[in-house]
Design a protein around this ligand. Structure first.
Ligand code: ADP
Ligand code: MG
Length: 557
């Protein structure tokens, strides 16, 4: 075996393989460099999700021609000098390899003017080698434009996904950085269309509403806390806006978006008593820590970090969440919304036979027991219905039971009846969800969701599956729409059932929702009439039964 030293170009491409996985990762490196250069305003343009063209322009400190040349080499950085500095990293970049790596797998043009210089300088780089350079005109700051990503790495080029998929990744990555840096002005365009323009703000909450819309962010519960070198500005979604995925769980660590890791898992605990399984809470945590306590140098794309005192950190955030959630008692605190939900729920289950509605002096329990062999004894811990049956007792999960009821309603026939609205409902979605939702429109239509594009981030909803319309109107339409679009995109074309399951889950009564006795009874009756009452649409058991024989045995009778 002969051992050879690799050509520099090959070395660069191998290094690039780690850093530049797809257009989103190239975009991330360019944008991070702009933020590290103290840019106050950033402009990002994508074509083909960044695979055809990716342009990032900033008003940061800029580079002199010599600095540009150096920056293109491997292991060159202005951010670290000594090994010791690795323990105090405050910038997003520090490895000094990104620009070299990115430029080795694409055609790049850099134009930069350093603060204090009279003119800018332009360099054209192909596969890592400078092919042209000359003075140029530009305000202070830097523009980097990449075209034909992976033009010289066919293997990588082949595994690139459809442009719309790459765009979804790139815009999703940008959304995290946009949220992480409220003080920066952002302008983002994709395929020539402006998808985001936000003004700078020093209030993270304001940035959240710029991206998600006030109707969502107004519901967030604020949980700020400060303690021993840790400082948290936290926004916790109430249980009713929990999602089908973990996609809206964001941790910004001193301005750096990172995967939440163990901290994320720990946050399920304060939510546990309010959420059904398979639902994921929404939260945004702006956490500032002393750089000494985190190690950012554990992942080539810097997506993960390691905490030096993880236990204490996890405990700190968990307490903040508990406090924020505890500040709102469920379900009565949000009186307006709660009342209207109750009303529609009551209507949906109105018992057809007036004789079954409880009237003074006549307990409905006996009436139903005589007729159906069961009677509802009441609600347990705000989440379970206790039902006495002929041969024992049944404890029913109210959410799961209602999900099953709603789910089977859709299966009565394939044509889902749609209730159309007199006045369409406008729904604004975050900028990176616009395209996915647009693509899902035909699918949604099949399940009775009639949606229309309305320009920018806006859609107009004209109809909703009839059996669920009233209740969903009280809960809001945006979350199930986005969840359905996400399912559609993650699994190709999900059958109708998938979408319906999602809709049923968001519409079903939640744990913690108090039900009146007639509501309890109506729910149990409808559930017992289901074809497959044993399991909820996600496959989890709806109830547990204890037979009389078992009860007798347990007490040794
Ligand atoms: P790192 O960000 O880890 O330092 P990079 O390879 O990404 O490494 O960048 C190398 C250097 O190029 C940076 O340290 C910085 O000095 C300079 N640089 C890159 N992009 C910009 C920019 N947009 N504005 C100013 N300087 C930049
Ligand atoms: Mg960098």
């Amino acid at each position: 075996m002969r051992i050879r030293r690799l050509e520099e170009t090959v070395v660069r491409q191998i290094a690039a393989g780690e850093v530049v996985e797809r257009p989103a990762s190239a975009a991330k490196e360019l944008v991070e460099n702009s933020l590290d250069a103290a840019a106050g305003s950033l402009q990002v343009e994508l074509e083909g999700g960044g695979a055809i063209k990716l342009r990032v322009a900033d008003d940061g400190e800029g580079m002199t021609p010599d600095e540009m040349r150096l920056a293109l080499e491997r292991h060159t950085t202005s951010k670290l000098m000594w090994e010791e500095d690795l323990r105090h990293v405050r910038t997003l970049g520090f490895r000094g390899e990104a620009l070299a790596a990115v430029c080795s797998v694409t055609r790049a043009e850099l134009v930069s003017r350093a603060r204090g210089e009279d003119e800018a300088y332009r360099m054209v780089v192909e596969g890592g080698a400078v092919t042209q350079e000359a003075p140029a005109a530009r305000a202070v700051g830097t523009t980097v434009e990449l075209s034909d990503l992976f033009f010289n790495v066919p293997a990588r080029r082949k595994v690139l996904q459809a442009h719309s998929t790459e765009a979804r990744h790139t815009l999703g990555m940008l959304r995290r950085l946009v949220l992480a840096r409220p003080a920066v002005r952002w302008n983002v365009s994709s395929e020539g269309r402006n998808v985001l323009s936000v003004a700078p703000t020093d209030e993270p909450g304001r940035r959240l509403s710029q991206v998600y819309g006030a109707d969502m962010t107004d519901q967030l519960l604020r949980g700020d806390m400060e303690e021993g070198g840790l400082s948290l500005v936290g926004f916790f979604g109430p249980p009713e806006i929990a999602r089908a995925t973990r996609g809206e769980q964001h941790l910004f660590l001193s301005g750096r978006p990172v995967r939440p890791g163990p901290l994320g898992s720990a946050l399920y605990q304060p939510y546990a008593r309010y959420l059904s399984r398979g639902r994921h809470p929404v939260w945004f945590l702006y956490l500032d820590v002393d750089p000494e306590v985190v190690d950012v140098n554990v992942h080539p794309r810097k997506e993960e970090v390691r905490f030096r005192a993880e236990g204490a950190m996890v405990d700190f955030v968990r307490r903040a969440a508990t406090r924020a959630l505890g500040g709102k008692s469920y379900p009565a605190a949000d009186l307006g919304g709660y009342e209207s939900v109750r009303e529609s729920a009551g209507q949906a289950w109105r018992v057809a036979d007036a004789g079954e509605v409880p009237t003074a002096g006549l307990s409905p329990r006996f009436t139903s027991a005589e007729r159906s062999g069961w009677r509802v004894l009441g609600q347990l811990h705000g989440g379970y219905l206790v039902v006495e049956t002929d041969d024992g007792v049944e404890i029913v999960d109210q959410h799961a039971a209602h999900e099953r009821v709603l789910f089977e309603r859709a299966e009565v026939d394939d044509e889902v009846p749609m209730q159309s609205f007199l006045v369409p409902v406008q729904i604004d979605v975050p900028f990176d969800r616009v395209e996915p939702l647009r693509q899902a429109i035909p699918q949604l239509c099949q399940v009775g969701v009639l949606l229309e594009e309305f320009g920018g981030n806006a859609f107009r909803l004209h109809g909703w599956p009839a059996p669920l319309a009233e209740r969903q109107a009280a809960l809001g339409f945006r979350e199930p729409l986005l969840a359905a679009a996400e399912l559609y995109l993650s699994g190709g074309e999900p059958p109708l059932r998938e979408l319906w399951r999602e809709v049923a889950c968001t519409a079903a009564v939640k744990v913690g929702e108090e039900l009146s006795p007639p509501e309890q009874e109506a729910l149990v009756r409808q559930w017992k009439a289901c074809r497959e009452p044993a399991r909820c649409p996600h496959g989890r058991p709806v109830s547990i039964c204890l037979s009389r024989a078992e009860l007798d045995r347990k007490v040794g009778r």
